[in-house]
Design a protein around this ligand. Structure first.
Ligand SMILES: [Fe+2]
Length: 320
């Protein structure tokens, strides 16, 4: 093959790649603008609103290539359109495996394009990219609307927290933790305790809190067994085995002891949607959002948490 033909083939391939990339951006990355009542103070780690807020929790978008990303983004867009949240969070597996910096860039641009504050934790698949975790964190930290920052604990990166302030009063701590690559350690539990104790309400008691991470705890298994056996207090389905590789390392016992955490949210088991009250804490599966890997039709979407003045809250689901 002559040099001229090779150059021509390369040129055509490049042009096709550019056109496909532009089409991907036009069709999937630009999500459409929404309004949030929340203002973000990243320096003091406070999310403020003059009125009640709606938090939308997405999970397991889990695209490993542009085609899967486009399906995941389309599902996320529809969930956001229906939920109309003030804040978007994920409980991990934002990607599948082996994604590149270009996929990361697409994800950040996509999440920013809602015009809403957003935050993530990492899932086990987020620990298998073709870039470093430092590059992953940096891209999230430099995003336009992202609230993510990283406090590394024992090789895990998505540990951070914010105070939610409504009508000038601190009403909740939002605690983001990382048990994606290995189970929680004593250092995670110590950081959790320190974070809870740093949030004190006007009456001197610890602020109520929500905790977000990726993999269920050992206690999630017991709670699911009780739920299946006795009905228990809860709602939703346990379809998949509850995979508790997330462990606990005393985190759950500490949460019960401190009395701050009202609910823990996690994903990982794509077809489970159960919210189960266990020892005073709601153990809540996020809904899988991305139409990727394996999923249950009719059980895709996101979990919504409505928080009002005075810390009154309600947890619900948005199906797509
Ligand atoms: Fe996972």
């Amino acid at each position: 093959m002559s040099r001229r033909v090779i150059l021509r083939v390369v040129g055509i391939l490049l042009a096709v790649a550019i056109i496909l990339d532009a089409a991907f951006v036009a069709c999937f990355i630009v999500a459409g603008k929404y309004e949030s009542s929340i203002t973000v103070d990243k320096d003091s780690r406070v999310l403020s609103s003059d009125e009640g807020v709606r938090i939308l929790v997405l999970s397991d978008l889990q695209g490993s290539n542009y085609i899967e990303l486009s399906w995941a983004f389309a599902a996320a867009k529809e969930t956001v359109r229906r939920a109309k949240p003030d804040l978007i969070l994920t409980t991990g597996d934002n990607f599948g495996n082996d994604v590149s910096l270009r996929h990361l860039d697409a994800f950040v641009r996509f999440m920013d394009s809602f015009g809403l504050p957003w935050g993530v934790v990492f899932g086990n698949h987020d620990y298998n990219p073709s870039f470093t975790m430092e590059e992953y964190c940096e891209a999230l930290e430099e995003s336009e609307n992202g609230i993510f920052y990283s406090l590394p604990i024992d090789g895990s990166y998505s540990n951070y927290s914010y105070r939610l302030r409504i009508g000038g009063e601190d009403v909740f701590s939002l605690i983001f933790m990382d048990n994606a690559d290995s189970a929680f350690t004593e250092n995670h539990t110590a950081w959790y305790e320190e974070t809870v104790k740093a949030g004190v309400g006007e009456d001197g008691s610890y602020l109520p809190s929500f905790v977000f991470f990726h993999r269920p705890l050992n206690e999630s298994v017991v709670a699911a067994e009780e739920y299946a056996r006795d009905g228990g207090i809860g709602s939703g389905l346990i379809v998949d085995e509850v995979r508790s590789e997330g462990g606990s390392s005393g985190l759950f016992d500490k949460a019960v002891e401190l009395g701050s955490t009202r609910a823990m949210f996690y994903g990982h088991d794509h077809r489970n949607s159960a919210h189960i009250s266990y020892r005073g804490i709601d153990l809540c599966y996020s809904l899988k959002t991305g139409i990727t890997v394996y999923f249950k039709l009719g059980s895709l979407g996101g979990v919504v948490i409505d928080v009002d003045e005075g810390g009154v809250y309600e947890i619900g689901r948005i199906y797509i």
